[in-house]
Design a protein around this ligand. Structure first.
Ligand code: ATP
Length: 464
């Protein structure tokens, strides 16, 4: 009986040389390729697809939700492993005065222009200044309308009466739930300034121009951390958090050359902010914001103090001072971080497509395959699978040729494949196949867990 996996990938006893099946390795160029992979493999589906979908809303499928949980857990761990950061989970619906205090009712507006000819809609601040001045549509050169201000908050009503007194908003950011809980958290957790509060949760914005897959949607998740500091120490903390946050993205395996800081110039800087940097990623559609790091001064607590009439000052027991802390914010989109992970990991060599995801992000860490659907192989494979499952999120597959099964796992970013063949039955060794190089090596079945753990510990992503 043939004991080599039935594929164009040979099996050897020591790691075989990297085998690229055809041409040079390419990165993602066309977002449509990623959208298609995500649908085919169960990462992301269009929302309400049987009804024709709904603009800019997406559902995460079985693998997408695993990837998303990994993103969130890595972020949450990085934040709350620190002694000086606590977590909360605030309600999406908040007192409407919150949004007056925050400035969202009056100021959370984007200027919107429409093309009279092709009916396309644009954010006036995102189109070329010359085209805007000439009122020319960037798509069809038709005439554009005057810019109109458009509030991005979704409104709804609380209770049975739909009158102006019952208006509430779906929160457009998670940060306000943190600000209004500043004293609750500091008093209950006995945290002293400087300390931070982190939160992951849904936010809603009635975006004028959503798009680019899950890059800009109307319902999304944010991962925000607000760090409260003594005035005067804010710039030092701002610099520290900038470094911490870019390292986090690098540690997730995102390529260094695809990340950069963008400093908000005088025109972009919010009136209350002392300093603001975005971490940007180079998507196939250009450099775009992934996360914002902002020095928000004492604006937020000051406004909530003013609008609520409640003192929100912090009392420093050591120095006997009372002050409103400054806030350094790190605000990342969860969906956008996930999109960056997928875009950055996408590889194609003319024949094979694979996601070179960092193992911390991969939905499955290892896949186990019996070479053929023979009872003795399946039985052994099940044993190996249940051992591996105790340690790693794993999957198994016995349908179709081994080559096809490898390719399937490549496309969902599973770092390792383990194949059980007839030699396994007599020698208790298995083939371990590496996703990125397709190299294969033969190792004792009993060493698998340790071997894979070591590989993960020494994963050669960008060392930071
Ligand atoms: P933009 O100017 O592009 O609309 P923003 O500067 O208003 O974005 P922030 O309010 O700073 O964005 O939001 C923080 C983070 O939340 C962003 O860096 C992004 O990752 C994420 N985010 C914001 N809006 C959306 C959206 N509509 N869809 C998905 N993620 C979003």
């Amino acid at each position: 009986m043939k004991s080599t996996p039935e594929s164009n990938e040979s099996q050897t006893s020591s790691p075989s040389a990297p085998q690229s099946s055809s041409g040079a390795v390419q990165n993602l160029k066309d977002m449509a390729d990623l959208v298609s992979l995500c649908k085919r493999r169960g990462f992301v589906f269009p929302s309400s697809e049987v009804y024709g979908g709904i603009n800019a809303c997406w559902d995460y499928g079985p693998l997408g939700i695993e990837l998303k949980r990994n993103v969130k857990e890595l972020w949450w761990k990085a934040m709350t492993d620190r002694e000086d950061v606590e977590g909360i989970d605030a309600a999406i619906l908040m007192h409407p005065r919150v949004w007056e205090a925050s400035g969202h009712v009056a100021g959370f507006v984007d200027p919107m222009v429409d093309c009279k000819k092709c009916k396309s809609r644009f954010r006036a601040d995102k189109i070329d200044a010359e085209a805007l001045a000439q009122k020319k549509c960037p798509e069809c050169k038709g005439e554009l309308t005057e810019p109109r201000q458009f509030n991005l908050m979704f409104k709804t009503h609380m209770g049975p009466l739909e009158d102006s007194a019952s208006v509430v908003y779906l929160r457009p950011e998670t940060a306000q739930g943190i600000y209004v809980n500043f004293l609750n958290v500091s008093q209950s957790s006995r945290q002293k300034v400087p300390f931070g509060i982190s939160q992951i949760g849904k936010a809603f914005r009635n975006e004028i121009t959503p798009g680019n897959f899950i890059f800009r949607t109307r319902e999304f998740e944010q991962m925000e951390m607000q760090f409260f500091v003594k005035p005067g120490t804010d710039m030092e903390w701002f610099e520290r958090w900038k470094e911490i946050r870019i390292k986090w993205h690098l540690n997730n395996g995102i390529r260094k050359e695809k990340l950069r800081f963008h400093e908000h110039g005088p025109g972009e800087l919010a009136h209350y902010a002392k300093a603001a940097f975005d971490i940007e990623y180079e998507f196939p559609f250009g450099w775009q914001e992934l996360e914002g790091i902002h020095n928000r001064s004492d604006f937020d607590l000051g406004r909530h103090q003013q609008f609520s009439g409640k003192k929100l000052e912090y009392y420093d027991e050591e120095t006997k001072e009372r002050y409103l802390p400054y806030i350094v914010e790190t605000s990342a989109g969860c969906d956008r971080t996930l999109l960056v992970a997928l875009v950055d990991a996408y590889r194609f060599d003319g024949d094979r497509t694979w996601l070179s995801l960092h193992p911390n992000l991969s939905p499955y860490k290892v896949a186990v395959f019996p070479l053929m659907k023979k009872p003795e192989l399946v039985q052994y494979s099940d044993k190996v699978y249940s051992e591996l499952k105790k340690r790693f999120r794993a999957t198994t597959d016995d349908a179709g040729s081994i080559g096809k099964r490898y390719r399937r796992q490549d496309e969902i970013g599973t770092p390792f494949g383990v194949t059980i063949d007839y030699d396994t039955l007599t020698q208790h060794t298995v083939t371990l196949r590496h996703r990125d190089t397709m190299a294969q090596e033969r190792i004792p079945a009993e060493r698998l867990v340790d071997f894979i753990s070591e590989k993960f510990q020494n994963w050669n992503g960008p060392a930071v």
